[in-house]
Write a protein that binds this ligand. Structure first.
Ligand code: D0W
Ligand code: ZN
Length: 604
């Protein structure tokens, strides 16, 4: 067992050079597949992923010959700790090939799925319209996203919801089950109980589950008040299909997964005669295109004294859906591991929602650029929730009426408490509506990985959790032939999800700290850190760390020693005026729904 720390340091330097080159290779072939789905780009990607896995296995074999746990230098110890987890590469080659193939196929199925349009059968039609004449080429992005956002026809919404869930979930179910088995085998080879255990390790928290439960219990009252208000408004629009004491049907919330309700703003806004918060119209009227939306977001970071994207970003990124080939439209940010190539792939539409997403993705790019001088092993977020929070923190400033007026996207509005409530309501439709979904998706997945949810009860357990935490129900009956969790990108994409729940709490903590640094006084929801060099300096200091320090240290630095934990106080403070308003509105009925305290009932 090699105790030579000097030799260990040389090993790490050599690893960094070689791993960066290998990583660049894999990122290029993954980019080529995601921006041009063909058999050949899929094969090319699988080949380089296999090469990378073999390289990681060799590195792991060497790294574990060092007695790194005894090394004095904390940074060297921490880098070896990262290298000592091999991941999927721990699998024997045949199984490694099988799981890589499954992941590529699941991404392919999800991204290339097309469904049939809703054909309204006229009442007096002598015979149903021939379906053969209808082209079934509707894509999730942008077609189904737009229909779920805009349609007011309950039958069309039910049809599109069912088409998407049937056509994606079912073909993925068997592949997903095999992926779970192989992923768990790899996790056990790395010394974890199962894949969920391995994923939770990224947060380095002894009892992560109880910390998450505590956070959720603190936030649940606010969610229930919003749920009760929206449910009543939907009851008035749709009648008895929306029961006043039960769950909300999932297809009526403006989003395929009912995870963001911002598309209900126009029809449920508290004070409709006050100016609208949705700047989509202004974006279109002022001739914004995707590039200009990203330039706006990039300029915000520059205004904080932070980095601008390199010129290559504009030529190498894919900011619009190409017409001539199949792509993975789900937005994403890419770090090509060579310190200078950073890209975004997004099928951008000119909408407020996509402007927010542009900020979210550029937040990832800013993080990549800030920690560029860290060793590869530390080029990650302090924890995955941090990486998800950066872009959203900036968007919290950008979306304020004050900032929107500053950049000419919103008319001047008087300082009016009703406008405030409208604004907080529009933010809650995104940030509060999301919380239970962000919480439950991995609660479900971790239980599938651990076997608590057997394969033959995955769908029942999914809807038990959706009822318990989100208070939503499927618009039509579901069975175990369905695989409704698979209709959500991150499940076939093998992307962990609790990071978003963590981010939605963390981003308000960060916002509060940066607002104080910028000298903001007044309510938190009115803060705009635009052009504040002090805020930018503090944020850059956090991002430069990457994952080189345990994340509680990062929070301690940010809050100048005030705390080191995730704290829901900031998000509660931000939405306090709305909470009071909702409680007044909801007096005549109790918040909550039948089944909100039920657990997952596994038939043993
Ligand atoms: C190569 C690679 O994969 N890179 C990673 C980044 C990295 O790890 O370095 C990456 O780009 N992941 C894609 C993913 C995309 C989005 C997403 O999936 N969002 C969640 C939850 C949510 C919803 C609302 C919201 O405001 C914020 C989050 C959803 O849509 O359900 C789509 C819309 C926004 C973010 C992302 O950017 O996180
Ligand atoms: Zn993200």
């Amino acid at each position: 067992n090699n105790t030579d720390e000097k030799e260990a340091l040389n090993f790490l330097l050599a690893y960094d050079r070689e791993a960066s080159a290998m990583c660049n290779n894999v990122m290029n072939t993954q980019w080529d597949f995601n921006t041009n789905i063909t058999e050949s780009t899929k094969q090319r990607m699988l080949e380089t992923q296999l090469e990378y896995a073999k390289f990681q296995k060799d590195v792991w074999a060497t790294a574990t010959t060092f007695k790194w746990k005894t090394f004095r230098d904390p940074s060297i110890r921490r880098q070896f700790k990262v290298l000592s987890v091999l991941g999927r590469a721990a699998l024997p080659e045949e199984k490694l090939k099988e799981i890589q193939q499954l992941l590529a196929d699941m991404r392919d199925i999800y991204s290339r799925n097309r469904v049939c349009p809703y054909v309204k059968q006229p009442k007096n039609a002598s015979l149903p319209i021939r379906m053969e004449s209808v082209k079934c080429n509707l894509a999730l992005d942008p077609d189904l996203t737009r229909i779920m956002a805009k349609s007011k026809d309950d039958n069309e919404l039910t049809y599109m919801w069912q088409q998407w869930h049937d056509e994606t979930g079912r073909p993925l179910r068997s592949k997903f089950m095999r992926y779970v088995e192989l992923s768990n085998e790899a996790a056990r080879l790395n010394g974890f109980k199962d894949t969920g255990d391995q994923w939770r390790a990224s947060y380095d928290i002894e009892d992560f589950n109880s910390e998450l439960d505590e956070l959720w219990m603190g936030l649940r009252p606010l969610y229930q008040q919003l749920h009760a208000y929206v449910r009543r408004r939907l009851h008035h629009q749709h009648g008895k299909i929306v029961p006043l004491d039960g769950p909300i049907p999932a297809h009526l919330l403006g989003n395929m997964w009912a995870q963001s309700w911002s598309n209900l703003y126009d029809t449920t806004v508290p004070f409709p005669n006050k100016n609208s918060m949705d700047v989509t119209l202004s974006l279109k009227r002022q001739g914004y295109d995707p590039v200009r939306m990203f330039q706006l977001a990039d300029q915000f970071f520059v205004s904080l004294g932070m980095k601008s994207v390199p010129d290559s970003f504009w030529t190498a990124s894919m900011l619009e859906k190409p017409l001539d080939r199949e792509v993975v439209c789900h937005a994403s940010a890419w770090d090509f591991c060579n310190g200078r190539d950073f890209r975004i792939k997004q099928c951008t539409e000119v909408t407020m929602e996509d402007l927010t997403t542009a900020h979210h993705e550029l937040g990832h790019i800013q993080y990549y650029m800030q920690y560029v001088n860290q060793p590869l092993a530390f080029r990650e977020g302090a924890n995955p929730g941090f990486h998800e929070a950066i872009g959203d923190v900036v968007a919290l400033s950008v979306s304020t009426p004050k900032h929107m007026q500053k950049i000419g996207l919103l008319d001047k509005a008087a300082d009016d408490p009703e406008v405030d409530i409208n604004y907080l309501y529009s933010m809650a439709l995104d940030k509060i509506a999301f919380l239970p979904f962000g919480f439950l998706l991995d609660q479900w997945r971790w239980k599938v990985f651990s076997g608590e949810i057997p394969f033959d009860q995955m769908n029942k357990a999914w809807w038990d959790l959706r009822l318990r935490y989100q208070g939503v129900a499927p618009p039509v009956n579901r069975s175990e032939h369905d695989f409704d969790a698979g209709a959500k990108y991150h499940v076939p994409a093998n992307t962990p999800y609790i990071r978003y729940f963590v981010s939605f709490v963390l981003q308000f903590q960060l916002h509060k700290v940066l607002c104080e640094a910028s000298g903001h006084v007044g309510p938190l929801h009115k803060c705009d850190i635009y052009q504040s060099r002090e805020a930018g300096k503090l944020l850059a200091e956090l991002l430069k760390l990457g994952s080189s320090k345990p994340w509680p240290d990062a929070i301690r630095i940010l809050t100048r020693g005030r705390t080191s934990r995730m704290d829901p106080g900031a998000i509660m403070e931000y939405f306090q005026p709305l909470m009071e308003w909702l409680q007044k509105q909801n007096t005549e009925e109790k918040a909550g729904w039948r089944g909100m305290n039920s657990g997952i009932t596994i038939k043993t």
